[in-house]
Design a protein around this ligand. Sequence first.
Ligand code: NAD
Ligand code: WQD
Length: 340
Amino acid sequence: MKAKILVTGGTGYIGSHTVVELQNSDYEVVIVDNLSNSNAEVVDGIEKITGIRPAFQQVDCRDKEALAGVFNRYPGIKGIIHFAASKAVGESVQQPLLYYRNNIVSLLNLLEAMPEYQVEGLVFSSSCTVYGQPDRLPVDETAPILPATSPYGNTKQVDEEIIRDAIHAGAPYKSIILRYFNPIGAHPTAEIGELPNGVPQNLIPFLTQTAAGIRKELSVFGNDYHTPDGSCIRDYINVVDLAKAHVVAVERMLNNPSNARLEYFNLGTGRGLSVLELIHTFEETTGVKVPHKIVGRREGDIEQIWADPRYANEVLGWTAVETLEDTLQSAWKWQLKLGE
Ligand code: NAD
Ligand code: WQD
């Protein structure tokens, strides 16, 4: 058995897939989640896939004492992967203080606990949203960080700065900051996936719900952008590929003898795909039609962004390998499972 890893937000979408990959790689996992955007049955799904039931504690990362209780109950935690956060961009505009408290206080509590419990490193879930609309594409890790366009995006920027400043000041731990592009899909077993919460704001859950007849039609937000077909372009990355990147990041953080105390990696495929291309590929792959119509632009949308993942490919030794077709199939299989 390798090191013991605390996974905050471990019953969430990306967290649950990462717990599976950590356990498949022989890490011991302790999940902390307050179940604000997931449920405890996810632990069953993880057990079904891996044959191992991870430790699970229903704890809120904003609660410092409860977190201390977790470190005491599971001594010897070597690393943390910190997923726990609120993540809905629109909601963050309506309830900014909730987002600042959750996303910032949770991180502060973990960073303050780490020296006391000799935790050696923290992997942090950041987002390509920190780049805004980059001047140059594909975007690499040296691109400037632009002013955030939502409180959610700002929490990711501030969190990155908090980690940077703590390490600069000599904190006795390392950190790897992972900037995700657009995670999509589900585990191929359909035992875990993204849980719907009200009307989906993100493209793929809305698309699969439309394909399943739960929604009448998908609105394509704009076809007058300066892109080949006029719709926005993103870098959609399979969630299992993304999960695997966390395992190599933890490996590097805990075992790499280099002096790098803080590193940043873009996690994407390197391929930009338009909204219309995505819809058409889904239809061709699954044979299911997605009723859709073009509507006006969505406020705040970036026109186009995709990753230059070469630094992650070379330094982490990680590359996204899943095909778009398999990824969309997994999203569809998960949607059908939800409807059972
Ligand atoms: P998710 O909502 O599915 O998972 C987050 C989990 O954290 C949930 O299970 C939720 O219950 C839990 N949580 C929230 N606040 C908590 C708290 N105070 N204490 C304990 N648990 C708490 O979201 P996700 O898509 O899996 O995202 C995981 C991380 O990745 C987040 O930090 C998110 O900002 C970041 N991220 C997500 C995306 C994306 O498109 N999904 C893109 C870039 C970055
Ligand atoms: C993708 C594309 C939409 C819905 C957001 C956050 C970002 C990150 C991921 C966490 C865009 C279009 C969407 C629909 C559509 N999260 N679209 N019809 O906006 O790239 O990123 O989630 O860090 O911070 O901003 O993802 O899935 O919402 O949209 O046409 O009903 O699909 O315009 O071009 P986005 P998304």
